[in-house]
Design a protein around this ligand. Structure first.
Ligand code: NAP
Ligand code: F7E
Length: 338
C-alpha cells in the first residue's frame, strides 16, 4: 500500500485528490494547520473524512514538517497548501510569501537532506504567467506575475525545478490553470457567482462583483487532481501545464449561470438587472485588484502527450453541477457529490 502525504487537505484540491488516492488504495495522510473539525466539511460531504489520517502541520514550521515526514515515511508528497486567494495576497504579501515560497523550501529541505527517494508534487499556477507574453501559455512561456501570490508561486516553481536538477529529486511542478467545483472556496469568483445567484433567487440579496472583463481557462478540479497523480507515476520528473484550452470571460460565466437558473436578465455595463428592473449584480470597485491578469488560456499538449491526460468535464457541465449542488445546499438537502 502506497503512502501519500497531502498538505492542504482541507482545501478543494486536497479533497478531490484524497478521494482519488483512496480509490487507488493509498494510505492518505492529510496535513491541516490545526485540528478544527469544521474545516472537514468538504471531506465529510465526500464521505471520506474518516478514511484520512490527519496531522497538524503548518508549512511555516520546519520542525513539524520534518517530524511528520519522519513518522509517516510517505512515498509521495503533494504540496497543495497555500495562501491561494490572489486578491488577499495584495493585503497579506508577507504571509503569502512565507507559506507559498518558504513553506515549499521547508518541505524540499527535508526531502533533500533525509528522504531523497520521496516523490514531490508542487502546486504551481497559471498566475505565474500573469501579464501574458504569449497566447496560449505553455511550459516555456515567460513568467510575468501580477500579484504577490503569483510572485510567491514563481519562487516555489523555480525552487522545485532547482532541487530536481541540483539534487536529482523526483520533484514535479504542475502549472495548473483555474479549476473549480461545487466545493470551491466561496471567495473565488465561480463559487461566489453560483452561490450568490441562488441566494438572490431566494432572498433578492444583490450580488457584488468586481472586474467581469478578464478571461480565464476554467477546468474541473476532479480532472486536474488526476494530472497531479499522473505526474508522480512517470519514469522521470518534469513540469506540466494543465488546462482545458478554452477561455471564457467572467461576464460569460455569469451569463451561463443566469441561464442555468432560468433567470431573465439584461446587462447594463457590468451590472445585471432582472426583467422587472431589480438589481441582481452590482459592481463594487473595491473588488477590483491593484493589478489584474486579463487573459489566461493554457496549452496542455505536453500533458496530453506524455501523461495521456485529457479533461473530461466541459465548462457547461461544470456550471450545471455547481448550480445543482448550490440549490441543494440552499434547500439544506442531502448532498451526494460523488
Ligand atoms: P484552497 O481551497 O484555498 O486550499 C488551500 C489549503 O492550504 C487549505 O487546506 C489551507 O488550510 C491550507 N493552508 C493555507 N496556509 C497554510 C499553512 N500556512 N500551513 C498549512 N496549510 C495551509 O486551494 P485549492 O484551490 O485547493 O488549491 C490547492 C493548491 O493549488 C494551492 O496551492 C493553490 O495555490 C494551487 N492552485 C490552485 C488553483 C485553482 O484554480 N484551484 C490553480 C492553480 C494552483 P485552511 O483550511 O486551514 O485554510
Ligand atoms: O478570480 C475576477 C477577478 O479569485 C477570477 C486561484 O485559485 O486561480 C485562482 O485565482 C477573476 C479575476 O481566481 C470578483 O478579478 C470579479 O479576474 O476566482 P478568482 P484567480 O484570481 O484567477 C489561479 C489559477 C490560482 O492559482 C489561485 O489560487 O474574477 N472577479 N469579481 C472576482 N474575483 C473574486 N474572487 N471575487 C469577485 O467578486
Amino acid at each position: 500500500m502506497k503512502k501519500a502525504l497531502i498538505t492542504g487537505i482541507t482545501g478543494q484540491d486536497g479533497c478531490y485528490l484524497a478521494k482519488l488516492l483512496l480509490s487507488k488504495n493509498y494510505k492518505v495522510y492529510g496535513a491541516q494547520r490545526r485540528n478544527t473539525g469544521f474545516k472537514h466539511w468538504r471531506l465529510e460531504e465526500f464521505g471520506i473524512a474518516n478514511q484520512i489520517k490527519f496531522l497538524d502541520i503548518d508549512l511555516n514550521e520546519p520542525y513539524n514538517i520534518e517530524k511528520a515526514i519522519n513518522n509517516i515515511l510517505p512515498d509521495e508528497i503533494y504540496n497543495l497548501a497555500a495562501m491561494s486567494f490572489v486578491s488577499l495576497s495584495f493585503d497579506q504579501p508577507q504571509v503569502t510569501t512565507l507559506t507559498n515560497s518558504l513553506g515549499v523550501l521547508n518541505i524540499l529541505e527535508v526531502i533533500r537532506n533525509k528522504y531523497p527517494e520521496i516523490k514531490f508534487y508542487q502546486a504551481s499556477t497559471s498566475e505565474m504567467f500573469g501579464k501574458v507574453t504569449e497566447t496560449p501559455q505553455n511550459e516555456t512561456t515567460r513568467f510575468y506575475p501580477r500579484s504577490p501570490y503569483g510572485c510567491s508561486k514563481a519562487f516555489a516553481h523555480y525552487l522545485t525545478v532547482n532541487y530536481r536538477e541540483s539534487y536529482n529529486l523526483f520533484a514535479c511542478s504542475g502549472i495548473l490553470f483555474n479549476h473549480e467545483s461545487p466545493i470551491r472556496g466561496e471567495e473565488f469568483v465561480t463559487r461566489k457567482i453560483t452561490k450568490g445567484l441562488v441566494e438572490w433567487l431566494n432572498t433578492g440579496k444583490i450580488l457584488e462583483l468586481g472586474n467581469l472583463d478578464s478571461y480565464r481557462d476554467w477546468g474541473h478540479a476532479q480532472d486536474f487532481v488526476k494530472a497531479m497523480w499522473l505526474m508522480l507515476q512517470q519514469d522521470e520528473a518534469d513540469d506540466y501545464v494543465i488546462s482545458t484550452g478554452t477561455k471564457t470571460q467572467v461576464k460569460d460565466f455569469v451569463r451561463k449561470c443566469l441561464d442555468e437558473l432560468n433567470i431573465k436578465y439584461t446587462f447594463e455595463g457590468n451590472e445585471v438587472l432582472d426583467d422587472k428592473g431589480n438589481y441582481i449584480i452590482k459592481t463594487n470597485p473595491k473588488l477590483y485588484r491593484p493589478a489584474e491578469v486579463d487573459l489566461l488560456i493554457g496549452d496542455s499538449t505536453k500533458a496530453q502527450k506524455k501523461l495521456n491526460w485529457q479533461p473530461k468535464h466541459s465548462l457547461d457541465s461544470l456550471v450545471k453541477e455547481m448550480i445543482k449542488i448550490e440549490l441543494k445546499r440552499y434547500e439544506k438537502k442531502n448532498i451526494f457529490l460523488i
